[in-house]
Design a protein. Structure first.
Length: 318
């Protein structure tokens, strides 16, 4: 029997698409030309992933501004930013090589997604001959759009969080309605929440429990049968050949992470120095009954920052 495998979803962008994004940010090409390059890259990603024999594929997230910001902006530089947002928000991560990624800042309400992941999936499905999955961003990440201190005038934090969960639920449901076989929720901020980086204030506020409670509000919207196909992805980050939280021991994250009532987990593991120890943590803390669903764990066998390892980009269930 074949070992079940599943990709997380993202793939490197081809240079042609990178150049098109830069040109679009500079106003040198129209949006239609950018969309055409995204479409070509998505089709190429699907064809290449299917050629590996993967039983489930993705479009490489080639159409998204980034894994975290696709609901609110056309590009990572902030072109096409959604209403009630400004570009000067807090960093979601500062990577080990010193570069950072910044989120927008909420300036008013109501909060609404500009783009749903299903909008990308619907365009990519015609290119696939195998089932497709869709990655979405966790509400815990998008909660960082709200300023850490004080309240947005006329838009209390509690109302924002309620609106955020509504939008996140739509994101997942629309993905399934569009034809996704599985939906995984990116939770890279989970490990980062235990880093306590003095350069990045939110990481020092012990927000992991808050993140998990918020994400469980989303999972509560779905039945156990639905949650069997809704997963959580965790990793130490991977951007421009750098990581943001590899020094954080998985022992600080996994016991809490499995409190989320997800049906399955995708755990980046190939870059860990003591994988057997992490296997034991997974076995000790994953649950056979997470509010009606048995949790399944996929362990990453590919280090995405290792060129040799990338040739075998797969996830195996343990």
């Amino acid at each position: 029997m074949a070992i079940p495998t599943e990709p997380v979803g993202s793939l490197p962008r081809p240079m042609r698409l990178q150049e098109a994004i830069a040109a679009y940010d500079q106003g040198a090409i129209p949006h239609e030309q950018l969309l055409a390059e995204q479409d070509a890259a998505a089709r190429d990603s699907i064809e290449r992933m299917e050629a590996t024999g993967s039983p489930i594929v993705s479009d490489g997230e080639q159409r998204a501004s980034s894994f975290a910001t696709y609901p609110v902006t056309d590009t990572l530089a902030g072109t096409g930013l959604a209403e009630n947002l400004a570009g000067d928000g807090q960093y979601f991560a500062i990577f080990d090589d010193g570069h950072h990624r910044q989120l927008p800042r909420l300036t008013g309400g109501p909060f609404r997604y500009k783009t749903f992941a299903a909008d990308y999936l619907a365009k990519s499905l015609p290119y696939a001959s195998k089932p497709m999955k869709q990655a979405v961003i966790a509400p815990s990440m998008l909660s960082l759009l709200y300023p850490l201190e004080g309240e947005v005038p006329g838009y209390p934090r509690d109302q924002f969080l309620a609106d955020l969960i509504d939008q996140a639920e739509q994101d997942v449901r629309r993905a399934f309605a569009a034809g996704a076989a599985r939906v995984s929720i990116d939770f890279t901020e989970g490990r980062l929440a235990k880093k306590n980086d003095p350069r990045n204030p939110w990481t020092g506020r012990d927000m992991l429990t808050e993140f998990i409670e918020l994400n469980n509000r989303l999972f509560a919207r779905f039945t156990p049968e639905e949650r069997a196909d809704i997963g959580i992805h965790t990793c130490p980050g991977g951007d421009m050949d750098s990581v943001h939280s590899k020094e954080v021991d998985y022992a600080e994250l996994l016991p809490s992470m499995f409190a989320m009532n997800a049906g399955y987990f995708l755990i980046q593991l190939a870059s860990e120095s003591d994988r057997d120890r992490v296997y034991r943590l997974v076995g000790e803390h994953s649950r056979t009954d997470a509010d009606g669903v048995a949790q399944v764990c996929f362990v990453g066998v590919i280090n995405p920052l290792d060129p040799a390892s990338r040739r075998r980009r797969r996830w195996r269930r343990r």
